[in-house]
Design a protein around this ligand. Structure first.
Ligand code: ATP
Length: 504
């Protein structure tokens, strides 16, 4: 049974060293989290699984790692300066600030219905209610008050300001000067680095349509109300693909990526049955999107929320950067038919004429992926002896620690030295992290490794070194299986091959 509440996951993450609050010793910084010793391993394993599947196992993909701080012009012409904002309202009584849609969504159903009535929108169409509030700011504050919208902080009906857009990009000065021309933005999505490098990649790899560019990296969004642990943070990490194809083939590729991405989630232990596909309504689409499927995972406590967006970005971004570079005199003027040499075009596969390709973008959040993977793996079991155990049934390729090697007693050098030698040999197999666990308490070690999802524990005991009761067990160790709890005796000489077979 997967986790039933977010609290269970938060508590496990803190207790076992997966995730900590950012800047915790100074009181913490809202919307920022640090990944601890096990969190960093799990995160790296998720990213590696994504890269393997989307780059190495395909023949039509290249990788990229672009810089985080971008030229202001890039994010102006991508449309982010003008439109990458969320509506914000303040409660004048408490001075608390909220994202409008989150505030309304969290109210009781009858209050939401009254808001809809007050602003003249259909209560059954939530995006339309928010759109109407945004479009009529003067009536919106009265509609919120009259409907009795409560402030989650005080629990009382608020005195709400008019909603106004809040741009979520983090701005930063570049170099020692601080005038209007010397600032840039921390990218709010990794995508723009792919678009601005499109021509570099095409020219250096001789790629032809269709092909994609994949990137994993940090993105920054000054969310109005970061919340729900690592679900909504201000510093996040994304795994994004921009897949370039000829106009007219985009819908087919959109379907291809939807199928591929659902299969990938399944392979990470996030089953199809827990993901709903939302065909995003027109009024809710981002400024660049022709059509978007949001994959909505059923998170504990939160319910269905977006884990990945798969957007058909049409020719919006490359088209916009091409046009704007031409307007700025940076490339040759582009004519209507794109027959002249425009910068961000590629030969059409049929006509060989330059064309701005269409783009399909599967964009998944690493933090939200980690939360879903943890949530699915989290299991509480009652053992035959009546004891309860928590076990993370992670897929072995995602487990932060692959094998723990445990000497039965920490003060017996012959056991500890042999365990260290075994650890070192297993480490050399390149399976991931192998841990020497010499805390000296086997019961506690097993409990800890169940909770952090270590698939196998290898125990070196007195029989192993020929000082036990059974001479036949000399040079063998116990291998314990996390999920079945089965324990088998394996010859040290066979151990590498044995574990390799199970973990590969
Ligand atoms: P939401 O509607 O939840 O704010 P979004 O539609 O703005 O998400 P996208 O712009 O499509 O999200 O970003 C792609 C992916 O990046 C999302 O599916 C999500 O996994 C991740 N993501 C976006 N914003 C955040 C955030 N603030 N914290 C953590 N992950 C995020």
């Amino acid at each position: 049974m997967p986790a039933t509440s977010m609290e269970e996951l938060v508590s496990l993450c803190k207790r076992r060293g997966f995730i900590f609050q950012g800047s915790e010793i100074y009181g913490g910084l809202q919307g920022f989290y640090d990944y601890g010793p096990l969190g960093v391993e799990l995160k790296n394993n998720i990213k590696a699984a994504w890269w393997r599947s989307n780059v190495y196992e395909r023949d039509d993909m290249e990788g990229l790692d672009a810089s985080i701080i971008m030229h202001r012009q890039v994010l102006r012409h991508s449309g982010h300066e003008a439109t990458f904002s969320d509506p914000m309202v303040d409660n004048k009584k408490t001075n608390k600030r909220y994202r409008l849609d989150h505030l309304v969504k969290d109210q009781k159903a009858d209050v939401v219905a009254k808001v809809a009535e007050g602003i003249g929108a259909d209560a059954g169409n939530f995006p339309a209610v928010i759109a109407a509030l945004n479009a009529n700011p003067a009536q919106a504050s009265e509609a919120l008050r009259a409907a009795g919208v409560r402030d989650p902080f005080s629990g009382e009906v608020g005195e709400w300001t008019e909603p106004k857009p809040f741009n979520m990009m983090f701005k930063t000065t570049i170099g020692p000067v601080a005038d209007d021309d010397s600032y840039g933005y921390l990218r709010p999505e990794t995508a723009q680095g792919i678009f601005t490098n499109f021509k570099n990649v095409v020219d250096s790899t001789s790629r032809r349509l269709p092909f994609g560019i994949a990137q994993i990296g940090k993105a920054f969004r000054n969310e109005i109300t970061p919340r729900n642990f690592i679900f909504r943070v201000r510093e996040l990490e994304q795994m994004e693909i921009e897949f370039f194809c000829a106009p007219g083939t985009d819908e087919e590729w959109h379907q291809h990526w939807l199928d591929k991405r659902l299969a990938w989630w399944e392979a990470q232990g996030v089953p199809r049955s827990k993901i709903e596909i939302l065909d995003v309504p027109k009024e809710d689409l981002a400024h660049y999107s022709k059509r978007t499927y949001d994959l909505m995972y059923d998170y504990p406590t939160l319910g269905h929320e977006e884990i990945e967006g798969i957007a058909n970005r049409s020719d919006y971004d490359l088209g916009s950067h091409t046009k704007n570079q031409a307007d700025l005199g940076l490339v040759a003027k582009v004519d209507e038919n794109l027959d002249s040499i425009a910068k961000l075009t590629i030969p059409h596969p049929d006509t060989n004429k330059p064309v701005v390709p269409f783009v399909i973008e599967p964009s998944a959040g690493v933090d939200r992926a980690l939360l879903a993977v943890l949530s699915e793996a989290f299991t509480k079991e009652t053992l035959d002896n009546g004891n309860e155990r928590i076990v993370l049934k992670l897929k072995p390729h995602l487990a932060p620690i692959k094998v723990a090697v445990i000497p039965l007693a920490r003060n017996k050098p012959e056991l500890v030295d042999l365990a260290r030698r075994i650890k070192s040999e297993l480490q050399g197999l390149g399976l991931g992290r192998i841990l020497l666990e010499d805390s000296g308490n086997i019961g506690k070690a097993y409990r800890r490794h169940d909770e952090v999802g270590t698939p196998y524990c290898v125990t070196v005991d007195f029989d192993t070194v020929g000082k036990g009761e059974d001479a036949a067990l000399t040079d063998t160790v116990t291998v314990r299986d996390r999920d079945t709890l089965a324990q088998e005796r394996v010859k040290i000489a066979d151990l590498s091959a044995h574990l390799q077979g199970k973990l590969r």
